[in-house]
Design a protein around this ligand. Structure first.
Ligand SMILES: [Zn+2]
Length: 134
């Protein structure tokens, strides 16, 4: 049964997840700011094998502060950021929450990379980490 569904801006790419989110985190890292063009990203973590995909994505292999590869996947047509995947943990996929059709279940449980948080952004959660604790 579909629990989550979403798409890119142009609609060329869409996805469904048969699982509920494992976690939802706000990320204030500079790379998420650059990729999204926004102040922070909101990331919904699901099991990779819960996803059904339709359409074409492109991928940029980013390097995290840890040295690990973060695969950033975006619509091949309109460029909307859709997923991040961690080379070190292929079991999970990280959905960019803004691409969900229904965001009513989005409730961040914590914030990472507060060291690079934009100054005007007020704290949103009780669990705030200067970097990424994992
Ligand atoms: Zn698109």
């Amino acid at each position: 049964m579909t629990k989550l569904k979403g798409q890119c801006l142009c609609g060329q790419f869409s996805y469904e997840s048969s699982a509920e989110p494992v976690a939802t985190m706000v990320c204030h890292c500079k790379n998420c700011q650059r990729q999204s063009g926004a102040a922070f990203s909101v990331n919904v973590v699901v099991p990779s094998d819960s996803l059904t995909l339709k359409g074409e994505l492109k991928r940029f292999d980013d390097t995290a502060d840890s040295g690990n590869t973060v695969m950033r996947e975006f619509c091949a047509e309109c460029g909307s950021p859709i997923f991040s995947r961690l080379a070190a943990n292929p079991a999970i996929a990280i959905i960019k929450a803004g691409t969900l059709d229904d965001t009513s279940m989005v409730q961040p449980g914590g914030e990472v990379w507060c060291d690079s948080k934009q100054d005007w952004v007020a704290p949103m959660t009780e669990a705030r980490f200067p970097r990424n604790p994992s």
